[in-house]
Every structure is written in C-alpha cells, then in structure tokens.
Design a protein around this ligand. Structure first.
Ligand code: UT7
Length: 328
C-alpha cells in the first residue's frame, strides 16, 4: 500500500455573502464584541440567507477544486461530503452535489463526523486511492450551521458560521502527499455537542420544535479542554508515524473552533504563531468546512509551496478528532 500515496491536486472554497458581526449579536443576546473577541477571537461569521442551502456552496467549492486539479467532473470516481447540516435526510448531499456537478462516474455519500468530517474524508479517500479503488476522489466539508443555531443561547450563537471547502485527491509521487493520518472517536461524550431532536430517537414534532431540540447544544467548557488535549496528542502521533517533528511543520492548519484552543494546541506542539493559520476572526467555527476553507485560503495566498509539510488537526462533536500530515 505504501507504494502509492494520495495527495491533494486542487482545492476550492465558497461561502455566503451574508455577514453576522459581533455588533449584530450584541443586539440579539447579552454579549459584547469585547467578550466574543477575547474569549474566541471571532469578529464575524458568514450566514446563509433564507433559500441558501449546503450543496450550493459545496458545488461552488468542488468546481473550483476540480478545475484547479486540471480535471473534469467525469474524472471524479468518489465524492465524500462531510456535513452535519445536509440539504435533506434523503438523498445524501453527496448525491445532490454529484448530480449538480455532472460527475456521472462517481460514487457519492455523506460522512457525519462534525468538525473532524473533512479529515475523516481525507483519510477514507487516501485509503481508497492507495488500494486502487479510487483514482480521483473529491472530499468536501460543507455546512449551513446557522440554521441549527439557537439565537437566544449566547454560548453557541456567537461561534458558528457557514461555508464550504473542497479538495480533489489523486495519486502523487511517493515521497509527497499524505504521509500519515489518524482518526478517532468517543461516543460516550455525545452530549458535549449535540442536536437531540429530529431523528428516530426523538422524532420531529410540535413539542420538539417548541423545546428547540433541533438546535445545537454545547458544554463549551468541557469540550475546550478535551479539544486541546486530543488535537495535540493526535498531531504528535502522525508526526511520529512519519518520522518528523513539529520543527518540520511549515504550516499548521487546525480546525477553527476558538482562537484560544488553536493557541493552546500550537503551544503544546511547540509550533510558533507564524506557522499557524487562523481565519476564525472572519469565519467563526464552520465545523467540517473550516479546515478545507483554511487550506484553500493558504493555497491562494501562496503560503503553501511544493515540498512543504502541512499539518491538519481537528476536534468536534461525537466526539471525534483526527490529524493528517501532508508533504505538498
Ligand atoms: O468545534 C467543535 C469544538 N468546539 C469547541 O471546542 C468549543 C469549545 N468551547 C469554547 O470555545 C468556549 O468554551 C466558549 C467560547 C463556548 C465559552 O468560553 P469560556 O471561556 O469557556 O466561557 P465559560 O463557558 O466558562 O463562561 C464564562 C462566563 C460565564 O458567566 P459566569 O458564570 O462566569 O458569570 C458565561 O455565562 O461567560 C459567560 N458567557 C458569556 N458572556 C458574554 C458565556 N457566553 C457568553 C457570551 N457573552 N457570548
């Protein structure tokens, strides 16, 4: 399996035009720009308008990634859409994206791993390419989280934003591409970040709607500590597996959950601030979309060059976490 490595051939991202600022939130709940900025680093987040749905942004990001990979939609044989905010329950958002792209030779599905979804997708695509089951895989992280936010809950409503990012993977020269990847979960902590209503356990009804059971509920403080510990640990594991150290990392792109989480993980790993990418001020937490949006922003800004070592790490609801190490 080690003879073939999967690498990222092209990236893309897209988000709604609508912006929700801290000043807007000050008018909705008891909070302040000062509190949000100092506790999270967030200044604004993108918010979809009524009528805008997840696959709209996923398709735009995907088209860009396919074009930059120098491919056509018909070259894609696998579409993995990581999302906790699908267009609808059935069919999968992956299939909706497939039809919209005209990727008529691709298997398509959704992947539910919250903020770690994109890294779960990269790991699955990497394995499919290494085993020869896939030649060109499209991995997308796409969310309209603001549809599930309770705008009376000041702990969660300040955090989440909308957007999508995508990457096309294919076989690359053996010393490049994904050098190591790890994904993990621990479902015992489901209630740290969850949306209890609307599924088969608690079907949607007038009662669940009135109780706001479809909204995200979070124990932010508890998540914070586990997030820092888990992201640092799993990052060390992939570095060790690849025989590298944090000094070799040119760019660290963590899931954007909270600037303080990013700073704490980077400090545990001894990666100085200049090598850490953050866009949380502009996007807030976009769950599965945060890493691919960040990755594409870095590519567009020329922050990643051939041979660079790029470390990606995430933590999210489930709970799930993961890390992927790439030689560009
Ligand atoms: O992406 C998936 C992973 N997500 C995460 O890992 C999220 C991790 N958690 C966090 O980012 C942080 O825990 C939050 C940003 C959600 C909260 O920050 P915190 O520093 O952990 O605050 P806290 O929950 O300990 O609350 C401190 C105080 C409380 O008041 P008292 O009890 O000290 O009087 C809160 O009621 O801050 C209050 N508070 C707020 N005040 C103003 C909570 N939210 C707000 C708010 N504005 N929006």
């Amino acid at each position: 399996m080690a003879d073939i490595r999967a690498g990222i051939l092209g990236t893309g991202h897209s988000y709604p035009e609508g912006i929700l600022t801290n000043a807007d939130l000050e008018k909705m709940v008891e909070t302040s720009d000062d509190w949000i900025t100092s506790r999270t680093g967030i200044k604004q987040r993108r918010k979809a308008a009524p009528g805008e749905y997840t696959s709209l942004f996923a398709v735009k990001a995907a088209r860009q990634a396919i074009e930059r990979a120098g491919l056509e939609p018909a070259d894609i044989d696998l579409i993995l859409c990581a999302t906790v905010t699908p267009d609808q329950i059935l069919p999968s958002t992956g299939c909706i994206i497939q039809a919209e792209l005209g990727a008529n030779k691709a298997a398509a599905m959704d992947l539910v791993a919250a903020c770690s979804g994109f890294l779960y997708g990269l790991t699955v695509a990497d394995t499919m390419i290494q085993t020869g089951k896939s030649k060109h895989a499209l991995v997308i992280g796409a969310e309209i989280l603001t549809q599930y936010v309770d705008y009376t809950d000041r702990q969660t409503c300040i955090l989440f934003g909308d957007g999508a990012g995508a990457a096309v993977l294919g076989a690359v020269e053996n010393s490049h591409g994904i050098l190591a990847s790890r994904i993990r979960s621990d479902g015992r902590y489901e209630e740290q970040l969850f949306s209890p209503g609307g599924g088969t356990r608690r079907p949607a009804s007038a009662e669940t709607l009135a109780a706001g059971d479809h909204f995200f509920k979070m124990k932010g403080n508890e998540l914070f500590k586990v997030a820092v510990r888990s992201m640092a640990e799993i990052s060390r594991e992939v570095l060790e597996e690849a025989g590298l150290t944090a000094d070799d990392v040119k760019l660290f792109i963590p899931h954007q959950a909270n600037q303080r989480i990013t700073d704490a993980v980077a400090s545990k790993l001894n990666v100085d601030t200049e090598r850490v990418y953050s866009n949380i001020a502009m996007h807030g937490n976009t769950s599965s979309a945060s890493i691919p949006i960040g990755l594409d922003e870095c590519v567009e800004a020329g922050k990643i060059q051939k041979d660079d070592i790029v470390l990606l790490a995430s933590f999210g609801g489930g709970v799930t976490w993961g890390a992927v190490l790439i030689r560009w």
